[in-house]
Design a protein around this ligand. Structure first.
Ligand code: SF4
Length: 61
């Protein structure tokens, strides 16, 4: 599963980076961006990030 962030929905709360720092990081605009699409298969529970995002900005495809 590959994660994606909808920048229009992201508020930059930082929750996803805290949960999966190898997958998400702050972009220059202060919002989340994906830095490793394959990170969900390397020990990060990306579903938890999806479920924890307060604005439902993260999707898994
Ligand atoms: S948890 Fe959601 S709203 Fe918060 S930074 Fe990540 S994508 Fe953005």
């Amino acid at each position: 599963m590959k994660p994606a962030v909808d920048k229009d929905k992201c508020t930059g709360c930082g929750t996803c980076m805290a949960l999966c720092p190898k997958v998400f990081e702050f972009d220059d605009d202060g919002k989340s961006r994906v830095i490793d699409e394959s990170g969900c298969a390397k020990g990060c529970d990306c579903q938890q990030a999806v479920d924890s995002c307060p604005t439902q900005a993260i999707s898994l495809k």
